[in-house]
Design a protein around this ligand. Structure first.
Ligand code: AMP
Length: 179
C-alpha cells in the first residue's frame, strides 16, 4: 500500500467531539487488513536497528498498534495511562489542555536508565499530550526517547513544540487539518 492509499482510508468527521474540530478517525484504517498491516510494518521498518528497548503507548489510541510493533521488534510494551488507572507505584505529569488540565501516569518500574524508548500515539496535533509523555518517560531516567505518531496534523506546530525533546519525531503521514 502507498501512503496516499492509507491516507485515503482516514475518515474525516466534522464537528467531533465539539463544533469546529475535524476529527481524524483512524478506525477506518484499522478495519482494513492491508491498512492495519501497513501501519505496523512502517513503524517496525523505521525503528528496527535503532536499539529501541521499549515501546510506550499513550492511552487509548496509542494502545492499538504499539503492542504488535513490540512483538515484531522483540521488545516490551508499556502503557501511559490517565490518572488512577495503574495499580502499582506510579510517576505522574500534569499538563494544560485547551479546557482544564490532565494527568498521565506510568508505573515507576516500567522503564529504567538502560532503556531506549519509543513513545507512540495515533495523532500529533498541538503536541501537548506527547510533550507530557516525553516528560513522564524522562522522569524514569531513560537513555533516549523517540517519538512516533501515525498522523501529524500540519499547521498545529506539534513538531515545533517537541523540538529538542526527543532524538527524532517521525510520523507516518502528514495531513492538513481540513484535508
Ligand atoms: P495534542 O495533544 O493536541 O497533540 O492532541 C493529541 C491527542 O488528541 C491524540 O491522542 C489524538 O488522539 C487526539 N486528537 C487531537 N486532535 C485530533 C483530531 N483532529 N482528530 C482525532 N484525534 C485528535
Amino acid at each position: 500500500m502507498t501512503v496516499e492509499q492509507v491516507k485515503a482510508l482516514v475518515r474525516n468527521v466534522p464537528d467531533f467531539p465539539i463544533k469546529g474540530i475535524q476529527f481524524k478517525d483512524i478506525t477506518t484504517i484499522l478495519d482494513d487488513p492491508e491498512g492495519l498491516k501497513w501501519l505496523r510494518d512502517e513503524i517496525v521498518n523505521h525503528y528496527k536497528g535503532l536499539g529501541i528497548t521499549k515501546i510506550a503507548g499513550i492511552e487509548s489510541r496509542g494502545f492499538i498498534v504499539a503492542p504488535s510493533v513490540a512483538i515484531e521488534l522483540g521488545i516490551g510494551f508499556v502503557p501511559i495511562r490517565k490518572k488512577n488507572k495503574l495499580p502499582a507505584e506510579t510517576v505522574s505529569v500534569t499538563y494544560q489542555k485547551e479546557y482544564g488540565e490532565d494527568t498521565i501516569q506510568m508505573h515507576k518500574d516500567a522503564l529504567n536508565v538502560n532503556d531506549v524508548v519509543l513513545i507512540h500515539d495515533d495523532i500529533l496535533a498541538t503536541g501537548g499530550s506527547m510533550e507530557a509523555a516525553i516528560e513522564l518517560v524522562k522522569k524514569l531516567g531513560v537513555k533516549k526517547v523517540y517519538v512516533n505518531c501515525a498522523i501529524e496534523l500540519i499547521g498545529l506546530e506539534g513538531r515545533e513544540r517537541l523540538q529538542g525533546k526527543a532524538e527524532e519525531i517521525y510520523c507516518l503521514m502528514g495531513m492538513e487539518v481540513d484535508e
